[in-house]
Structure formats: structure tokens, C-alpha cells
Design a protein around this ligand. Structure first.
Ligand code: GAP
Length: 463
């Protein structure tokens, strides 16, 4: 399958199976805006939950927050976004299309080949103009400049302005970090590649505050931790890489940045950037707000401004990468093709499908009782329509790891058939064992909690 075919297939599956729809489709669609459907929202929520679990719940040096999208406009002056968050914009005088002057080689002329040469560096282009990417709006009923506010272009600034609040309310001291998931908005000149580059998107950001002399070590550790996160959730290692940004690519606030990139069908592209922001942001906010953003170190009796390491990921980009990576097609000996999304169980939108072999009440009732029990723990879908083969295929297409079939034998042997998505193997499992059987496979324990792990020295065990 060619990369273009793969992307087309993923986009069409996403629409057909309720993962992702075009925004305002009945009105002709709104360019570069997408709505997550029934399975899409479960997938994206699972990606965000896995991120939160890894960077907040499983660490003792992290807390979370959820800041407002709208902030005082001064915050965006201090951050440098009002002055510098812009892309160079050029127009083609022939076809009137607009492009980023620094990305001309990436774009195709819509008029090609009839009017334009098709390669925009050879087109009749205007001079580059600087175009600020922030969306502006007005707060309150008066449309005047005093009431101008911006839709945040990154969630990060909501963390910087609260840095002191976190230190005061959680007794945290550097090194510690704050995590946040939320919407961000950028008036991108050239959005595209499905949900990869959009004007409204969700970020998963961390600002990690550290002593200046430890910041390089924390930066390295975060690059490694974030790279491993994508691998642990199943992205193929040969499609994932770390790449240090060149000095000409760095954002205005960054001393250095490593990008984690995924080999999408349209080429290697950024999933996440891990930036070393130095003390840029806290110093800027101190200067513009007049507030002291330094930290008093009891040990050294000195004031210093923490340095910041920022792992900044896109929830939509990560979701797209997991979707593309999971897509697979298999053709059997009869020539029939099975489309399967091989999601990591933690990410699968539906974990368990309950499939009573017949709609008859003898099977419908136990099936609905089993579904109700499983639903207290996992996302479950019951499907009663069509042949069992068709129902398996439908679940494969949305990546459900386990299908549970209740048949007439279940009434006497009190067991069900569990079919696994990837191997298609089937096993008979007693109904009273079903929850623990599934739990073992859907939520494998990361550690065996036992005395030898908790007190390794005392009991002579291994950690
Ligand atoms: N606070 C730092 C920051 O915002 P960024 O590299 O501009 O850095 C971080 O954005 C992440 O947000 C990117 O790696 C990407 O995953 C996501 N992102 C940025 N712009 C996006 C867009 N237009 N559409 C979808 N995701 C985007």
C-alpha cells in the first residue's frame, strides 16, 4: 500500500466508522476543523488519559491544572507572542492562493499546471508579509482595542502565570512540573494533512521548573521519557525518531529543542517538541507583571529564577499517529480483506464487544447482564446484528481487542467464547472468570506489589 493510499484509507475509515468527521459538514464543511465522533472521542480521551497517567499520576514530582483559554492580553505581550508569533505570508498573484514563504516546497499550486508553474518558488509571488497567528476577539459588549483578548495559541502561558500559585499551594519546590491539557488556536496559513495541522487543536503540555544547573539533565530525561511513552503505547520504533532542531528553527523562547517525529504517510513530522526554555518566560512575566517570579532556596539562602523544560505534545497529532500506525489490512486464503486497527489495549475505543449469537431472549438477557458487569470497568459495545463473522469485522475496524460471544451452550456450561483481535484465536472462558481473564490482558500489572519489591534490602528480594 502506498503512503497516499494509506492516508486516504485512514481518512475514509475515520469517517465511515465514526472516528472523525469534517466540522459543519452539512453546510459544506469548515476548512481544517474536525469533529471527533463516537469512537474518535473515546480514542482521543484514551490518549489524553494515558498521557496524564504517565506524566502526573505515575510521578511524584508533577501536579496538574486547567487554566482558562482567555488570559489578560499583557500575558501575550510578555510571552513574546504579540511581537513574534507570526509566519511569513506570500500570495500568488496568478492563482491568488496564500502560502507560508518558508514552506514553499511543501505546497502544490491549486491551479497547476494550467496557470502557475506549480512550483511556488517559480510563481509570481508577492513580497513576504508577517502574519500573526493568534486569533483575536473582544471581551464584553464593546468592540474596542481595550477589550481585545486572544484565544491562546499555546496552553503553556497559563502554567507560567500560575507558577508561584503552585509553589504556594502544593509546597512543591523545583524540580517539579505542572501538566495541562487544553485547546489552543492558531490561524495557520496552510493547515492540512487531516487533523495534523488545524486551526483549533488540543495540546498536552508540561512546564518543568528546575534549578538552572540541573536543567540540562532534566531536559535529557524528559526527551527519553516522552520518546518511550509513544513506544510503550505501540508506535512502531522504525517510524519514530528524535531530532534536534537547528538554530534557525528554534522558537523565540527556546535555547534548544528536540522534536519527537513520526513517519506519517506524508513524511517525517513533529508529534512533540521538548524545549529548553531557560528562564525566558518567568523573567518576562516578572518584568511585565511587576511580580517576583523567583524562588527562595532555603538550602542556599539565595533567590533564583527556575529554568524550564517544556515537553509539549499535540493530542490530535498523537491520536492521528496512533490511528495511522494501527491501520492494517490482511487478506485471507479466500481473498477477503480484513481491515483491523491494532491499537494498544489502553487506547482502543471499545475494549470489549458483547455478541449474543442470537437475538432470542435466552441469550439476550445473559448478554445484557454480562455487558452491564463489564461496563463498570471498561468501554463495552453490544452488537446483535448480522452474522458473527460480520460483527467480528466491525469490531476489528474500530480496534476492539476482545469479542465475547454468548451462544446456546453458554446456558449450560456457563462459559463464553472470547476472540482476540490480532491473532483471531478463540478460547472458552467461564463467565465467573471473564472479568479477571480480561483484566489480565487489558490492564497488565506494571509491578507485582510484594514485600520483596517494597523492602528489597530487608527481605533480600529483587526490585
Ligand atoms: N508551548 C510550546 C508550543 O506550543 P509548538 O511546537 O508550537 O510548541 C507543540 O506546539 C505541539 O502542539 C506540536 O508538537 C504539535 O503536536 C501541536 N500543534 C502545534 N500546532 C498545531 C496545529 N496547528 N495543529 C495541530 N497540532 C498542533
Amino acid at each position: 500500500m502506498s503512503p497516499n493510499d494509506l492516508m486516504d484509507k485512514v481518512v475514509s475509515l475515520a469517517k465511515r466508522r465514526g472516528l472523525i468527521f469534517q466540522s459543519s459538514e452539512i453546510y459544506g464543511g469548515l476548512a481544517s476543523c474536525w469533529d471527533y465522533g463516537a469512537y474518535g472521542v473515546l480514542l482521543k480521551n484514551a490518549v489524553k488519559a494515558a498521557w496524564w497517567r504517565s506524566v502526573v499520576q505515575e510521578r511524584d514530582d508533577m501536579v496538574g491544572q486547567d487554566a482558562a483559554i482567555l488570559m489578560r492580553p499583557e500575558a501575550w505581550v510578555a510571552s513574546g507572542h504579540v511581537a513574534t508569533f507570526s509566519d511569513p505570508l506570500v500570495d500568488c498573484r496568478t492563482c491568488k492562493a496564500r502560502f507560508r514563504a518558508d514552506k514553499l516546497e511543501d505546497v502544490q499550486c491549486p491551479e497547476k499546471p494550467s496557470k502557475c508553474p506549480g512550483q511556488h518558488n517559480a510563481c509570481d509571488l508577492t513580497e513576504a508579509r508577517s502574519f500573526n497567528l493568534m486569533f483575536k476577539t473582544f471581551m464584553g459588549p464593546v468592540e474596542e482595542s481595550a477589550a481585545t483578548v486572544y484565544l491562546r495559541p499555546e496552553t503553556a502561558q497559563g502554567i507560567f502565570v500560575n507558577a508561584k500559585n503552585h509553589m504556594n499551594t502544593t509546597r512543591r519546590r523545583p524540580p517539579f512540573g505542572v501538566a495541562q491539557i487544553g485547546k489552543a488556536f492558531r490561524n495557520e496559513i496552510t493547515p492540512g494533512n487531516f487533523t495534523f495541522r488545524t486551526r483549533e487543536f488540543e495540546q498536552m503540555e508540561i512546564e518543568y521548573f528546575c534549578p538552572p544547573d540541573q536543567s540540562d539533565a532534566h531536559w535529557d530525561a524528559w526527551v527519553e521519557a516522552r520518546y518511550q511513552w509513544y513506544l510503550n503505547l505501540g508506535l512502531k520504533a522504525d517510524r519514530l525518531r528524535r531530532r534536534a532542531q537547528g538554530s534557525d528553527e528554534l522558537a523565540h523562547y527556546a535555547k534548544a529543542t528536540v522534536d519527537i517525529e513520526y513517519l506519517f504517510p506524508f513524511g517525517w513530522s513533529e508529534l512533540e517538541g521538548i524545549a529548553h526554555r531557560g528562564d525566558y518566560d518567568l523573567r518576562q512575566h516578572a518584568e511585565h507583571s511587576g511580580q517576583d517570579m523567583s524562588f527562595f532556596d532555603d538550602a542556599t539562602r539565595e533567590h533564583w529564577v527556575p529554568h524550564v523544560v517544556e515537553p509539549s505534545a499535540g493530542a490530535d497529532r498523537a491520536t492521528l499517529a496512533f490511528l495511522v500506525d494501527a491501520y492494517d489490512e490482511e487478506t485471507d486464503e479466500k481473498g477477503e480483506t480484513r481491515v483491523v486497527l491494532r491499537f494498544h489495549p489502553r487506547l482502543a475505543p471499545i475494549k470489549v464487544a458483547i455478541l449474543p449469537l442470537s437475538k432470542k431472549t435466552e441469550l439476550a438477557e445473559p448478554a445484557s447482564r454480562i455487558a452491564a458487569a463489564m461496563r463498570t470497568r471498561w468501554t463495552v459495545e453490544t452488537d446483535t446484528t448480522g452474522s458473527i463473522g460480520k460483527r467480528y469485522r466491525r469490531q476489528d475496524e474500530i480496534g476492539t481487542p476482545f469479542c465475547v460471544t454468548i451462544d446456546f451452550e453458554s446456558l449450560t456450561d456457563h462459559a463464553v467464547t472470547v476472540r482476540e483481535r490480532d491473532s483471531m484465536q478463540q478460547v472458552r472462558v467461564g463467565i465467573d472468570q471473564l472479568e479477571s481473564w480480561l483484566a489480565e490482558r487489558l490492564e497488565p500489572p506494571t509491578r507485582q506489589l510484594g514485600a520483596s519489591w517494597i523492602f528489597p534490602a530487608a527481605v533480600g528480594g529483587q526490585a
